[in-house]
Design a protein around this ligand. Structure first.
Ligand code: FDA
Length: 394
C-alpha cells in the first residue's frame, strides 16, 4: 500500500523562496512542511543588503534578469510585483527607503523581513523543520517521498527551493541540480555571479595598492553596459559596476571601462595645460578621478612629464585610454563570495506560469532556476515571484 501523504507539499529549503512559497500555499489552506538543512531558516536574508535586506527593486522586469530563456521570468514577475511585496512589508510596519535606482532597503535590519516571513508562515500553519538535510527524493504513486536523516516525508508535491552554489558556508548545495538531473531535467551550466573579478598577479598589484578606492565609471561587457562605481580591492576589482559585469563576463573576454563617462576630457586637459603647464597628467586628472586613482593610473599607463610638453595627440591618447580602459580578468573570486549562481535548472523543463517541472508534482523556484537578477533587489523579487507562482499552483 502506498504511504499516506501527510502534506500537500514538502518544500526543500527554508530560504527566501521556500518560506514565501510555503506562506502562499498555506494561505490557500494547503498542508505544507518546509525542510531546512541549517539550524536556522533564511540565513541569506539576514546577511543580505549589508544587513538591511535590499528586498525588492521598483524596476523589476524581465530585462533585468539573465536566463537562457529571457522571456521565462515575465509571467511570474508580472503576477507578483514589487508593489505586492511592498504591501506585505507595510502591513508588518517595516520601515524602508529607496537607496538608489529603485532599490528598497529596510531602515532597520534584515531580521524584520525574516520575522515577517516566519510570522506569515506560522499564521497559516506551515510546519518549519530545521536541521533537516534532505538526502534523496523520489516520485511515488501520486506524489513524492523525501528522505532525511530522521525519516521520510510523503507529499503530493515537492518544491525545490534549495538555492544555488553561492556562499557554501551559508548552507548552499547543488542539491536542486542533482534532483533535476535525476528527474530528466537539463541544468544550464552554473558559474559564480555578482562576484568580484580577479586579475593576473602583476595587474593585481595595481588594484591592491588602491584597495578601498571607489571610482564612478561605465562598464561594458558582453554587450551589456552598467554605470556605477568600481571598487579596488586586495584581490582585484569589486563594487557595483564590477559585480554587475561579472554576471555577463565569460573567461577570456575583456571588459571595457569608461573612467570618465560623459566627460569631454581633452578640452579639460587643454585648459589645465594653458593655466598650469607644469602639472602632470596625474595631477590634471585628479579633478576628474579620485586623486589616488588618478595618480596611480597616470603612473602606470600615461606619459610622464609636465602637460606643457605634451601635444594634442598625447592628450587625445590619454583621453582614449580613460574612456576605453580594457581589462582582462583572470577569473572571479568564485562561489566563496558570489551573491548568486548564474545558470541552474533549465527553464525549458518548467512551466513559466506555475514553476512545475515536466516531472509531475515537482516544482523549482528561486535561485536554483536558470534566472539570475542584476544587483539591487532583483534576486529577492525573483525569489518572491517564482515562489508565489508555485504557491498558487500547489
Ligand atoms: P537560499 O540560498 O536563500 O535558500 C536555500 C535554502 O535551502 C538554504 O537555507 C539552504 O540551507 C537550504 N538547503 C540547501 N540544500 C538543502 C538540502 N539538501 N536539504 C534541506 N535544505 C537545503 N539579493 C537581493 O535581491 N538583495 C540583496 O540585498 C541581496 N544580498 C545578498 C548578499 C549576499 C552576501 C548574498 C550571498 C546574496 C544576496 N542576495 C541578495 C541574493 C539572495 O540572497 C538570493 O537570491 C536568495 O537568497 C535566493 O533565495 P533561495 O530561497 O532561492 O535560496
Amino acid at each position: 500500500m502506498p504511504p499516506q501523504h501527510t502534506y500537500d507539499a514538502v518544500i526543500a529549503g527554508g530560504g527566501a523562496a521556500g518560506l514565501f512559497c510555503a506562506l502562499t500555499a498555506g494561505r490557500r489552506g494547503r498542508r505544507v512542511a518546509v525542510l531546512e538543512r541549517g539550524e536556522r531558516p533564511g540565513r541569506k536574508v539576514i546577511i543580505s543588503g549589508g544587513g538591511r535586506c535590499n528586498f525588492t527593486n521598483l524596476n523589476a522586469s524581465a530585462e533585468h534578469y539573465l536566463s537562457a530563456n529571457p522571456d521565462f521570468p515575465i509571467s511570474a514577475l508580472s503576477r507578483f510585483t514589487p508593489a505586492d511585496f511592498i504591501a506585505l512589508v507595510e502591513s508588518h510596519a517595516i520601515a524602508y527607503h529607496e537607496k538608489e535606482l529603485g532599490q528598497l532597503f529596510c531602515d532597520g535590519t534584515s531580521q524584520a523581513v525574516l520575522d515577517m516571513l516566519l510570522a506569515e508562515c506560522a499564521a497559516v500553519g506551515v510546519e518549519l523543520l530545521t536541521s533537516m538535510d534532505i538526502s534523496a527524493v523520489a516520485p511515488e504513486a501520486g506524489g513524492w517521498t523525501v528522505g532525511t536523516g530522521t525519516g521520510a516525508f510523503h507529499a503530493d508535491a515537492l518544491v525545490l527551493a534549495t538555492g544555488g552554489l553561492s556562499i557554501p558556508k551559508m548552507g548552499s548545495t547543488g542539491f536542486a541540480y542533482e534532483v533535476a538531473r535525476e528527474q530528466g531535467l537539463e541544468v544550464v551550466p552554473t558559474r559564480a555571479g555578482l562576484v568580484p573579478l580577479t586579475f593576473p598577479p602583476d595587474e593585481t598589484a595595481f588594484f591592491k595598492a588602491l584597495a578601498g578606492v571607489s571610482v564612478p565609471c561605465a562598464v561594458t561587457v558582453g554587450g551589456r553596459a552598467y554605470r556605477h562605481n568600481l571598487l579596488c580591492t586586495h584581490r582585484g576589482l569589486s563594487g557595483p559596476a564590477m559585480l554587475q559585469a561579472s554576471n555577463h563576463w565569460l573567461p577570456g573576454q575583456s571588459i571595457s571601462v569608461d573612467l570618465a563617462p560623459g566627460v569631454d576630457i581633452v578640452p579639460r586637459l587643454e585648459g589645465t595645460r594653458s593655466r598650469a603647464p607644469r602639472v602632470s597628467l596625474g595631477d590634471a586628472l585628479a579633478g576628474t578621478l579620485p586623486r589616488r586613482f588618478a595618480e596611480a593610473f597616470a603612473a602606470a599607463y600615461l606619459p610622464a612629464g609636465p602637460l606643457g610638453r605634451m601635444g594634442s595627440r598625447a592628450l587625445e591618447e590619454a583621453a582614449a585610454l580613460l574612456h576605453g580602459w580594457t581589462l582582462r580578468p583572470a577569473g572571479t573570486e568564485g562561489y566563496r563570495t558570489a551573491e548568486v549562481t548564474v545558470g541552474g535548472v533549465d527553464t525549458r523543463g518548467l512551466s513559466s506560469r506555475t514553476m512545475e517541472s515536466c516531472a509531475p508534482g515537482l516544482f523549482c523556484i528561486g535561485e536554483c532556476v536558470d534566472v539570475t537578477g542584476e544587483l539591487g533587489g532583483y534576486n529577492f523579487q525573483w525569489a518572491w515571484a517564482s515562489a508565489h507562482a508555485a504557491g498558487e499552483a500547489l
